[in-house]
Design a protein around this ligand. Structure first.
Ligand SMILES: Nc1ncnc2c1ncn2[C@@H]1O[C@H](COP(=O)(O)OP(=O)(O)OP(=O)(O)O)[C@@H](O)[C@H]1O
Ligand SMILES: [Mg+2]
Length: 480
């Protein structure tokens, strides 16, 4: 045994995050930790790593066994370069001075290993979150650990990157490394897990062997079965609510056109770097564009003006929710009310009581695990923070809601709730633009799918298309 935790109990004010959990790691295995958002997975990781002292219980490590952890929250320093982050606190030295040339070389070797093609001198702030995650992974790999813990590394990765990471993990397993792997993607568990420990409400409710069925995992995890993973209810589309026409920004996206009608969910698929997030951010007014037009409900929006976009009825759940979607030091209730409060206040009245009622309602529907609306958002588990951002925009009820990777890091049960709320919006005549790297999700929930490649629209596919057809368009090359 490389690592053995016994009877771990850990409480935070008002919450018992872990309650008598046993967990161990053997050499040469991938031990998956599975559970709903807030079940206690990250807390257990932090206890294993010694970040949190348990209230009760013990953690024993085999002599000399080193542990490396890839935490759920990214820990890179945005102002520093990729290489500086890789060797933070332990740069290669020569005669006592940091050896820059060697650092560059070592960094290139590590980046190669994870398949990340960026210059080691690039500031981390300029990378997308998938790329940042790959840097985190590269850094952990360099530590030569006997135990490697990965807390939801694939949440922000696309299929290709995930494939590569799973291959690296299988390699490490061959070399006798013990891996602890957390993910909400059950197919990944089927591919790589040797054992699965399921946590529910801070307790270990079972250990499944390799090859356990997805249904069995879901049942243990949420305590019920889920009949329909993508419960899309379609209806006849109405008028065009969002029209993007010829949108172009040099170096980012070129001549992008599409529209979304009332009652429709239009998916946007593509590989990382295809320009999907860039286009929706520009359409929402966060970033500028060089030419083209964005219309909401027939009215052209001024460029680079988020307030105007919101007034016109556009909403955006951003991809980088920690950075752009939440006020971490505010309460759950205040975060849920952020957008709605602004609009009611503008109308000259603030109905605080109604506001709180609706916030409480939404928190319950999305099963946000919290001790109450007064709890600070930063104390919530990763997945529950995501739910709060989505809840805030669903409450705001915009005419057109743009969801950029809405179910990243969200457990299977809560995903279905989000899809039901999307259905409710479209049934009420709203329109939804769904940007997602999760192919089953984008195919299962969209009425039409716009596929982007290299900053352009590569084509459009109807509902019920196949993953192969989406991928064929997503890898399309354009003549220069
Ligand atoms: N610092 C903290 N202060 C208060 N409560 C906390 C703190 N950290 C975690 N919790 C609570 O402990 C519980 C377990 O959280 P944890 O982060 O371990 O969940 P998780 O299983 O990792 O969920 P997710 O899938 O969303 O990442 C949650 O109810 C969370 O709100
Ligand atoms: Mg977690």
């Amino acid at each position: 045994m490389l690592l053995e935790a016994r009877n771990i109990t850990k409480s935070f004010t008002g919450v018992k995050a872990l309650d008598g959990v046993d967990f161990d790691v053997r050499p040469g295995e991938v031990h998956v930790l599975l559970g709903e958002n807030g079940a206690g997975k990250s807390t257990l990781v932090k206890v294993l790593a010694g970040v949190h002292a348990p209230d009760r219980g013990t953690v024993e490590r085999a002599e000399g066994a080193r542990l490396a952890v890839i935490y759920q929250e990214l820990t890179l320093v945005p102002g520093l370069s990729v290489a500086e982050n890789l060797f933070l606190g332990r740069p290669p030295r020569r005669f006592g001075i940091v050896d820059k040339a060697r650092m560059r070389q070592d960094a290139t070797r590590l980046l190669d290993r994870v398949g990340l093609r960026v210059d080691p001198g690039t500031p981390v702030a300029e990378l997308g979150i998938a790329q940042q995650q790959m840097v985190e992974i590269a850094r952990a790999l360099d530590l030569d650990a006997q135990v490697l813990v990965l807390d939801e590394p694939t949440a922000v990765l696309t299929d290709t990157e995930t494939d590569r990471l799973l291959a690296i993990m299988a390699d490490l397993r061959e070399q006798g490394v013990g891996l602890v792997f957390i993910t909400h993607h059950l197919d990944e568990i089927r591919r790589i897990a040797d054992r699965v420990t399921v946590l529910r409400d801070g307790r270990s409710v079972g250990v499944l062997p390799r090859g356990a069925s997805v249904d069995r995992m879901i049942e243990l995890m949420v305590g019920r079965t889920i009949s329909e993973q993508y419960p899309r209810r379609r209806q006849a589309p109405g008028e065009v609510l969002l029209r993007v026409e010829g949108l172009t920004r040099a170096g980012a996206f070129h001549d992008v056109s599409f529209h979304v009608r009332a009652g429709e969910v239009v998916g946007v698929a593509g590989l990382v770097g295809a320009g999907r997030t860039e286009v929706v951010r520009a359409a929402f007014g966060v970033d500028r564009y060089d030419s083209g037009r964005v219309e909401v409900g027939g009215r052209t929006l001024p460029g680079h003006d988020v307030r105007a976009a919101m007034r016109a009825g556009l909403g955006l759940v951003p991809e980088d929710r920690k950075g752009q979607g939440l006020v971490l030091t505010s309460t759950v209730g205040d975060n849920l009310g952020l957008v709605t409060l602004r609009s009611t206040a503008r109308a000259g009245l603030v109905d605080r009581k109604g506001q709180r009622g609706r916030a409480a309602d939404m928190a319950e529907r999305l099963r946000v695990k919290t001790s109450g609306l007064g709890q600070e958002v930063r104390e919530l588990s990763g997945g529950n923070q995501q739910k709060v951002v989505i809840g805030k925009w669903l409450l705001a009820d915009p005419k057109v809601l743009v969801l950029d990777e809405p179910t990243r890091g969200v457990d299977v049960g809560a995903k279905v709730e989000i899809y039901e709320l999307v259905n409710r919006m479209t049934a009420a005549g709203r329109a939804v633009l769904l940007v997602s790297s999760d192919l089953p999700e984008v195919i299962g929930m969209s009425d039409r799918i716009v596929v982007m490649a290299h900053g352009r629209v590569a084509g459009e596919l109807p509902a019920g298309t196949t993953q192969d057809k989406v991928m064929a368009l997503a890898v399309q090359e354009f003549p220069a």
